[in-house]
Write a protein that binds this ligand. Structure first.
Ligand code: ZN
Length: 108
C-alpha cells in the first residue's frame, strides 16, 4: 500500500526537477537553483504547498522542515528502489530517504 505523503513528496520532487530543468543532485549547480521553503503551521505534516508569494517556493510546517533531510533532493528515477519505509509508533509510515525523523510526530 502506498503512503500518500510519500507520493506527495515524490510529486513535489518531480515538479522541482522540472522547474530546475536538471537533476537536483548536481550540487555544483545549486547556486543556479534554490528552493525556498517558508514556514506555515497550517500545512499538514509531511506536506508541501506551493508558495503563493514566492514562485517556485514551497510552504511547510516547522516539523516537516525539521524532519526533511538536507539531501532530500538526492533523488532521481531510482527513488522507488531506494524506498526505506519506517513504520512509526504514531501509526504513520515514512520513507527514510526523504526524512531523518518522523514528519508526523517528530520521533526518531
Ligand atoms: Zn510518528
Amino acid at each position: 500500500m502506498k503512503n500518500p505523503s510519500d507520493e506527495q513528496v515524490r510529486e513535489t520532487l518531480r515538479q522541482l526537477q522540472q522547474q530546475a530543468g536538471q537533476p537536483l543532485w548536481e550540487t555544483d549547480r545549486a547556486e543556479d537553483f534554490q528552493v525556498q521553503f517558508r514556514l506555515d503551521e497550517k500545512i499538514s505534516p509531511a506536506k508541501f504547498k506551493s508558495d503563493p508569494l514566492i514562485p517556485g517556493g514551497y510552504l511547510a510546517n516547522s516539523l516537516t522542515l525539521r524532519a526533511m533531510r538536507p539531501t532530500l533532493f538526492v533523488a532521481g528515477s531510482s527513488v522507488d528502489e531506494l524506498q526505506t519505509l519506517h513504520h512509526c509508533a504514531c501509526g504513520e509510515a515514512w520513507d527514510a530517504q526523504f526524512w531523518k525523523m518522523c514528519p508526523f510526530c517528530g520521533r526518531d
